[in-house]
Each structure stands twice: as C-alpha cells, then as structure tokens.
Design a protein around this ligand. Structure first.
Ligand SMILES: O=C(CO)[C@@H](O)[C@H](O)COP(=O)(O)O
Ligand SMILES: [Fe+2]
Length: 225
C-alpha cells in the first residue's frame, strides 16, 4: 500500500481568502490539495475552474493539486487544467464517452490519471483500465456538495477495489471522498483506502493541525493492526 495522503477539499474553505486557507492547511500537515470542479450539468453545483488552479500555483502552492472533475464532457477541459498546474486529474466514467481515451489524454498532458466511481457505479469499469491509471477514487457521498454523511456501503466497495488493485500488482492509489472525519477514518483505512479527502471535517475545525494529526494517527493505528 502507498504512503498515507490527507487531501483537504477546498470546497469547504473560505473562498474569499483561498490562498491563505491553502497555505494554512498545508502548514498544518496536509499532503495534497483536493480541487473539486463542478459544472452545474454533471452535478447540480458550480465551483471553480483552471483559472483558480493557476492562481494557486502563482500564489506559490507547490503541493500536488488533485483535480476532481465533475464535468461533462471531460476531454475539453483536461488540457486547460494540465496547463494550470494540476498534478493528477480524476474523472467520472459516466461523463466521458471514451474512458480509455480520456485516461490517455490526461497522461499525454503529463498528469496522473484516475477514475472516480459514484456510490452506485459498479466497479467493473476498472477491469479494462486498471492497468493504465494511477488512482481510483471512490465516492462515499453522491457528488455535488460538501458536508454530506458517509455512505456505509463504500466500505465494502473499498475492500473490493483494494483486492483488485493488489491483484493487479500495480501501484495504484485508492482514494476516498465524502463524509471522511477523524471519527471514521480508521475504519475507512482498514477497508483499504490510502488517500483521504476531507473537506468540512478539516475546514470547519477550529484547529487544522489538530484534526489532521488525529486523522493521521487513526490511519497509522488502523494500518498497524
Ligand atoms: O467531491 C466532493 C463532493 O462532490 C468532495 O470532495 C467533497 O467536497 C467532500 O466534502 P466533505 O464530505 O469531506 O465535507
Ligand atoms: Fe471531490
């Protein structure tokens, strides 16, 4: 399994002072920045695009930026995000007509590529693409909003995808997104996740360093068992 990554979702940050928020969360021990892109079409919400990603890079953010595309179509926006400084780009297979082509497109622009599965999306889509991707992102809420409750069936799905990844013999990250908190992250880690997105649990906490430290300790504890 890969080293633990905590990726705060900036969806729950204060957008009026985004640069400062990202600096603070990285200083507090976060590993990546999770960047949720919503188009009011694939999901019923509208957020941020490549300009904001580029602005964070210009502000001096050097940490990996994990771009979660909830947009349809996907391909048109991929080059713009690569140019804006995305490190990895994940997309929902329902939003791309040619999933394998989109993976190749992302990689051809120098970014790592990942597939995102919604809570009710079967894992079969991974059968013929797991050999080409760097990350699988399992949604543990329906995409579109921060602050929703973790859907428990995601735990079984994590175990299933963890076995698929282990059987592939490749180094593929297994990321979980939605309703992750210091209180449930241990159980989520035990089910096989190595990369943890958390928005409201981090940005609504009074002390970012404290909540991130508690999350990392719970993951370490689960991994030791
Ligand atoms: O992609 C999404 C929602 O669509 C997420 O990244 C959320 O922003 C996570 O927020 P919390 O559930 O952790 O508050
Ligand atoms: Fe996300």
């Amino acid at each position: 399994m890969q080293p633990t990554v905590i990726a705060p979702s900036i969806l729950s940050a204060n957008f009026a002072k985004l640069g400062e928020e990202v600096d603070n969360v990285l200083k507090a021990g976060a590993d990546w920045v999770h960047f949720d892109v919503m188009d009011n079409h694939y999901v019923p919400n509208l957020t941020i695009g490549p300009l904001v990603c580029e602005a964070l890079r210009k502000h001096g953010v050097t940490a990996p930026i994990d771009v979660h595309l909830m947009v349809e179509p996907v391909d048109r926006i991929v080059p713009d995000f690569a140019k804006a400084g995305a490190s990895m780009i994940t997309f929902h297979p329902e939003a791309s007509r040619h999933v394998h082509r989109t993976v190749q497109l992302i990689k051809s622009h120098g970014c790592q590529a990942g597939i995102v599965l919604n809570p009710a999306t079967p894992v079969d889509v991974l059968d013929y693409v797991l050999g080409d991707i760097d990350m699988v992102l399992l949604m543990s809420v329906n995409p579109g909003f921060g602050g929703q409750a973790f859907i428990p069936s995601a735990l079984d799905k994590l175990r299933r995808v963890r076995s698929m990844i282990d059987a592939s013999g490749r180094e593929v990250r297994l990321e979980i997104d939605g309703g992750v908190k210091a209180e449930n992250i241990g159980e989520i880690a035990a089910a096989g996740a190595d990369t943890f997105v958390a928005g409201s649990a981090i940005f609504n906490a009074p002390d970012y360093a404290d909540v991130i430290a508690r999350m990392k300790a719970a993951v370490d504890d689960a991994r030791r068992r």
